[in-house]
Design a protein around this ligand. Sequence first.
Ligand code: NAP
Length: 303
Amino acid sequence: MSKKIIAVVGGTGAQGGGIVKELLARGQFSVRVLTRNPNSDKAEALATQGCEIVEGDLNKPETLESAFKDAYGTFLVTNFWDPFTGANEYEQAKAAVKVAKAAGVQHLVWSTLPNSQEISSGKYEVVHFTNKALVDTEVEAADFPYYTFVEAPMYYQNFLTMMAPQPQEDGSKAWTVPMDPSKKCIHNGDISEFGKLVAQVFEQPDKVGKGQHLAMTPGVMSWQEMVDTLNSQGHNIKVNQVPNEVFDSFPFPGAQELREMMNYFEDYTYFGPDADEKIALAKELCPDGFTTFAKWAKENMNP
Ligand code: NAP
């Protein structure tokens, strides 16, 4: 009998890439990767590893019909940051959920995040959190036989790119944040391990396929703890707190969104008030846990 198919949206990206890798390694399912560009180097590399590559664009729901056809499961993620699609992330996912249901998908796994607006009673609006959380209702209403909500942590990989500590005149490096650096509220993790969790979710629908939320992280840290960890590994890094209005004025796209996000973290933590429950369920599926920041940094961040 042929294997059941998992259709992975974002399979050429950070979240979906780890899922594809893990599904291929475990061998229980066939893997279909959706991409806007089946001829990209990433897509072609995945084809050589045994993935079926199909065209699928969240902005063109009609392309999803054939992409989800005959799939048993779908991993769905939207990309708020590239391009800057915050305004339509909700619409993209809502349409994709509808197409997946019509195509007969049995298990939908949606990569969501906490509803910052609801949690904070309107004090904070982290658009790329809330717009994902709003999709949860659409997923519930679609009434798939199995559906699961998975939450990705703040990627360690951000520290190599958009959140890299910045060189200072004195030769050190620094993070500049609009929040208390000593507040232990950042759930972080190595996003390449997201697949360890999501593969288990697809393999255990009777355990976690009835709308459970699972959050991947080895733990919660403060900026200061991350600085201390790096400095114990030979780095020369510090963290500086600045007022919100100073951070808002920084000339990079999304500065206000990141400021709002960090304000929310400080008050409610990254995964929000039900963090412990969601983390514990993920650890039940992955008892070996996830890589700590200290271990990842030693291997991936050069002093
Ligand atoms: P990524 O590595 O930047 O890659 C983007 C992926 O999205 C690619 O696979 C791309 O596929 C796909 N994609 C983009 N637009 C698409 C469209 N219109 N239709 C179909 N596929 C599309 O992305 P990622 O980091 O895996 O996921 C991004 C999401 O993660 C964001 O929404 C962000 O809010 C969320 N997130 C990030 C963090 C963090 O710390 N950075 C933490 C939690 C959640 P092709 O280019 O091949 O078409």
